[in-house]
Design a protein around this ligand. Structure first.
Ligand SMILES: Nc1ncnc2c1ncn2[C@@H]1O[C@H](COP(=O)(O)OP(=O)(O)OP(=O)(O)O)[C@@H](O)[C@H]1O
Length: 583
């Protein structure tokens, strides 16, 4: 129960609702307790009439009254049972909502390394399936737990007050039932965990097959994919059958034990009645009803125990992530305006997960308003520089300074607001094109969106779609070409109108003519902005104020196009190569 303590703050938050729920539960049970008593009383009325101690009309009148009481209390009990669910189950839904928000908010502040270390499926599972298990603890366990305790205390007390010997005989099978159900619940739990794990494997497999369907088809490996799925499905069938077998024992066992208890009541009750130890056989009927009232709570004890165990395991998984401290924290409460001067002072950066040192003692200065291009072979550290400017990671050694201040002394929000990043793999949401661009500035008008789309040279493409800017993208809609995606992503950054632009190889899928047009537009837009362009093409870099060539995380060359072109080296070679390719 150590892990579940995390929920105490929520229990405190909803304490009045929970208290009300508990009171309602007790009231509901008390009303239901009236039924067996009046069934007994009704039988006694019939006994009295048969014994000729009361008249028929009097018997009818009393019976009518008792039946009204039985129906009335049953209805009231049903009403309060409904209210019980409405209060306690609602509280569990509130707690589920709060916990989901807490976990999601925490996910949001964790940095990219966390997402590298953990699989998306696992993150999704913890925020959905695990929280659902925990909800079962916060709702049904409290509700059925209270119900069980109230029923137990009241029913057993009444039974002992009315007929202690018969009560003892009647209750004997119940602990056996409880232990058996607990054992079965445990096996059910183990086997359903296996089924859950299997379902997770199956959904990962199918999701990958659907996402990679074009590769599967292109390589003609459908039969292999089918075989793999068949093997998985067979395993799934076996695990599900194992679960079904043990599930099949649950209800027959309960019915058997209820039956045994009923027989005990009838046998011993009947004997006692014949011996004159109990006054009326109405009491036997009353006890049969009590036994039936007790059976479900007894059976449920095992079920509740397994829910608590499952919730504890799930909360442990949730707590593991909640305990992860964000590596990048906002340490400055007040906003810090940003002008756009950037300085790298002997920056060394090693990726934690791969231990790759992507940058080795890199130093350069970029003045606000300058455009700098970064070129170099793949893996030379270009994208890493952009990530460090946006403080997606903290540097390992050295310092990144923005406007002369260490980057960690800036308000993180102000920094991220000041940066307009266009990543290498443009990510677009399953939404309209318009909303995808508006992501850069929620308040932008439609005209402003069109204007940036024109600058990113994607307006005409968008106009070509039937629904134009309302075209839905992604899984539910059309798939844009790589170049179109990149340009929508550029439009999004332009709409943000930031102080610093970070363009990470974002024209790689665009033909050179369009590239030129976009670069000309960008030049106008980014005149007063600090612009960092990462590219593999000289055409994207040649107009920059300065070009930095990286190799293996170190600066190899630095200068203007003319300067670098006048000396032998990587840049000139690349320029000549690309020039001849163009010709
Ligand atoms: N998120 C990451 N986790 C671990 N290692 C990384 C990560 N991103 C990059 N690396 C490694 O760091 C090195 C530099 O990568 P980076 O992406 O900065 O290079 P790049 O010059 O932008 O390459 P490209 O031109 O192919 O985009 C590479 O060796 C890469 O494998």
């Amino acid at each position: 129960m150590k892990e579940l303590k995390h929920l105490n703050k929520y229990f405190r938050k909803y304490k009045f609702k929970i208290l009300l729920g508990i009171i309602i539960t007790i009231v509901a049970r008390l009303f239901s307790l009236a039924v067996p008593n009046y069934v007994n009383a009704s039988i006694q009325v019939i006994e009295s009439y048969l014994g000729e101690s009361i008249e028929l009309s009097q018997a009818k009148q009393t019976l009518f009254l008792y039946i009204l009481i039985i129906v009335g209390t049953a209805l009231l009990s049903a009403l309060f049972t409904f209210l019980m669910r409405q209060t306690i189950i609602n509280v569990s839904r509130y707690i589920e909502y709060d916990l989901k928000n807490e976990v999601f908010d925490h996910y949001q502040i964790l940095n990219l390394n966390f997402y590298k270390k953990n699989r998306i499926g696992d993150l999704m599972n913890r925020i959905s399936e695990d929280i659902n298990q925990v909800r079962m603890y916060a709702g049904p366990v409290i509700m059925y737990g209270m119900n069980t305790i109230t029923t137990f205390v009241c029913v057993i007390s009444i039974m002992y007050i009315k007929a202690p010997t018969l009560a003892t005989y009647t209750l004997v099978p119940l602990p056996i039932l409880s232990v058996l159900i607990y054992q079965i619940s445990k096996i059910i739990h183990q086997r359903s965990t296996k089924v859950q794990e299997f379902l997770s494997t199956l959904s990962t497999f199918t999701q990958e097959s659907f996402s990679g369907v074009s590769v599967i088809k292109a390589y003609g490996i459908e039969p292999r994919a089918n075989q793999e799925l068949e093997a998985l499905a067979l395993e799934g069938k076996n695990t599900s059958m194992d679960l079904a077998k043990v599930n099949a024992w649950f209800f027959p066992l309960m019915i058997l034990l209820i039956g045994i208890s009923n027989i005990i009541v009838i046998y011993f009750g009947g004997k006692q009645y014949l011996n004159g130890e109990i006054a009326s056989f109405g009491l036997i009927a009353e006890f049969i009803l009590y036994v039936n009232m007790l059976t479900w709570p007894v059976a449920i004890v095992g079920w509740l125990t397994s829910i608590v165990q499952r919730a504890e395991a799930s909360q442990k998984r949730i707590n593991e992530f909640l305990k992860v401290e964000p590596a990048i924290k906002n340490e400055v409460a007040t906003e810090t305006p940003i002008l756009g001067n950037i300085e790298f002072k002997n920056v060394t950066f090693t990726y934690e997960d791969t231990n790759i040192t992507a940058l080795k003692s890199v130093s350069f200065t970029i003045n606000a308003g300058e455009t700098i291009a970064f070129l170099g072979k793949t893996g030379s550290g270009k994208s890493t520089i952009l990530d460090l400017v946006a403080r997606l990671y903290n540097v390992s050694e050295g310092q990144v300074l923005i406007d002369g201040r260490p980057i960690q002394e800036l308000n993180l929000n102000s920094l991220r607001q000041a940066v307009g990043a266009v990543p290498q793999d443009a990510f677009l949401f399953s939404d309209t094109i318009q909303n995808n661009i508006r992501f850069g500035n929620e308040k932008a008008s439609f005209d402003e969106i069109v204007e940036v789309a024109k600058k990113a040279v994607v307006h005409e493409n968008i106009e070509g779609f039937t629904k134009k800017y309302d075209t839905i993208l992604g899984e539910r809609g059309i798939t844009l070409s790589g170049g179109q995606k990149q340009r929508v992503s550029i439009a999004r950054a332009l709409l943000k109108d930031p102080k610093i632009y970070l363009f990470d190889d974002c024209l790689s899928a665009v033909d050179t003519e369009t590239e030129e047009e976009i670069l000309n537009n960008l030049k106008k837009v980014s005149e007063e902005k600090t612009t960092l362009i990462v590219s593999h093409r000289v055409s994207s870099a040649k107009n920059a104020d300065r070009i930095i060539i990286l190799e293996d995380g170190e600066i190899l060359q630095e200068g203007t196009h003319e300067q670098l072109n006048s000396i032998e080296g990587y840049y000139k070679e690349l320029y000549l190569n690309q020039l001849s390719e163009k010709d």
